[in-house]
Each structure stands twice: as structure tokens, then as C-alpha cells.
Design a protein around this ligand. Structure first.
Ligand SMILES: [Zn+2]
Length: 83
């Protein structure tokens, strides 16, 4: 099993949906119970930009470019810290 989940870009990606279902987050997302880990905006299937794993916790981010960039940066830092 991969330690870190790569940022999945693009909400049209059905892989993302499958990952969310596997994590048990799909329902929460559909019900508007999740927020962007960066800006705190409420997430939906429409504005979900991607996800990453930090300290064993799955974080979701919205599709704002700033949030995707910040998420990618965090993933990079996490990977660096593990080396
Ligand atoms: Zn955001």
C-alpha cells in the first residue's frame, strides 16, 4: 500500500470517486460535511480539487489553484521529511 496518496487532479477522474468511496469520504462529501484543508471552504463533488495524506490523515482540498498549489507543496514537504 502506498504511504501517500498522490494529488488527484480533475473532478472528472472516476479514480478520485473510487478513492473517496474506499476511504468512506464520498458520502460526507456528497452531504457537504467536508471542508478544504487549506482555505476551509465547504467541499462538494463540484469543487473538489484533490486529496493528500498528512500524518496518516486524508486531507481534501478544493479546486482553487492556490489550494492545489499549496497541497502539492505540502505533499512535497511530507515526502522530503520522510527521506
Ligand atoms: Zn481551498
Amino acid at each position: 500500500m502506498a504511504k501517500a496518496i498522490n494529488i488527484v487532479k480533475g473532478i472528472h477522474d472516476s479514480d478520485l470517486e473510487n478513492i473517496l468511496k474506499k476511504l468512506g469520504l464520498y458520502e460526507k462529501l456528497a452531504h457537504g460535511e467536508l471542508r478544504c484543508a487549506i482555505c476551509g471552504r465547504r467541499l462538494s463533488l463540484e469543487n473538489l480539487g484533490g486529496l493528500y495524506k498528512e500524518n496518516g490523515e486524508v486531507k481534501l482540498v478544493c479546486n482553487r489553484i492556490e489550494c492545489l498549489v499549496e497541497a502539492a507543496e505540502r505533499v512535497r514537504r511530507i515526502r522530503k521529511a520522510r527521506m
